[in-house]
Ligand binder design. Sequence first.
Ligand SMILES: [Zn+2]
Length: 173
Amino acid sequence: MHFKIHRGTQEIGGSCVEIWTESTRIVLDIGMPLVEKDGTEFDFNKYKNNTVGELIRKEILPNIKGFYSNTNKLIDGVLISHPHIDHYGFSSYLHPEMKYYLGEAAHKIIELTSIFTPQQNNIKNATYFEKSKPFNIGDITVTPFWMDHSAFDALINDNYFSRSTTIKIPDSI
Ligand SMILES: [Zn+2]
């Protein structure tokens, strides 16, 4: 199993981790950054008129093949760990047929939040997971654990994925 942490190791927010085997490719979180590279507050309004390609070139969107609306879908699913915008805020750029995996309450919170914030979400094709109940995406087994965090229904903030081995991803808030 392979991991690539696209964002979230040196900063809080904007979390995005790509995980793949020979036959399955998934992404954990597609968060909006909280800060710019220079440490100033991230302002989505500066980028809202940019295309997906432009956002990838500017390194605002992680460069993940087959993930976004401008390409053929190559990603088997995206997990949303919890309903904070720095973990799902760029979902509106994903491929329209993307499969989402998240908690049911988390999905409801995201839907409600979209009414009051300028960011739209694209979480339509959702499968709900539950705490401590493993599920599979292709040959990757994911076991959600309830996390002590400021977002209700935070289930995979500290993650375990298994195939032949169990790997713990470092915390991101
Ligand atoms: Zn959070």
